[in-house]
Design a binder for this molecule. Structure first.
Ligand code: FES
Length: 149
């Protein structure tokens, strides 16, 4: 192989590798995921509307007053209050995005990360969070609980 021919082949191969690498690095599949907008819907624009059967796993915690469940696909926390009412809000704390929990005895949502608390409708009662959790409607029919915007 002549020197000129060798350089042409190596040069072409290197250019191909660089172009291929750049195309992969710039492809859409590598783009940054959508950031969570604290809407309780994990950053999607789809309206929330789903139904769960609280008599089967993994929702059995909702069968007793005081129980709660975080629906991870939507980022919504559903709770059954001690007054036997179902409430649902975004599970994602508006301070820095940690999941909240339901504290039945205080009838509130609480974020253990920095101590923010939210009432049953999602309104801030204790900071540092300053923005309410988005509230969702609930409707129970038999053992089917619908959660919707
Ligand atoms: S992340 Fe919830 S209080 Fe800071």
């Amino acid at each position: 192989m002549e020197r000129k021919e060798f350089i042409e082949k190596v040069g072409l191969s290197s250019a191909s590798i660089l172009i291929f690498g750049c195309m992969q690095a710039c492809s859409k599949s590598d783009s940054t995921p959508t950031t969570n907008n604290n809407s309780g819907n994990q950053g999607t624009n789809k309206p929330v509307d789903f139904t769960i059967n609280i008599s089967v796993a993994p929702y059995l915690s909702l069968n007793a007053p005081g129980g709660f469940f975080v629906e991870s696909t939507t980022g919504i926390i559903i709770a059954r209050t001690l007054k036997n009412e179902f409430i649902a809000v975004s599970a994602i704390c508006t301070h820095q995005g940690v999941n909240v929990e339901f504290q039945a005895n205080s009838n509130r949502f609480y974020c253990a990360a920095h101590g923010s608390a939210f009432d049953a409708s999602g309104a801030v009662t204790i900071g540092p969070a300053t923005t309410a959790l988005k509230q969702y409607k609930t409707s129970l029919s038999g053992s089917n609980l619908r959660v919707y915007a």
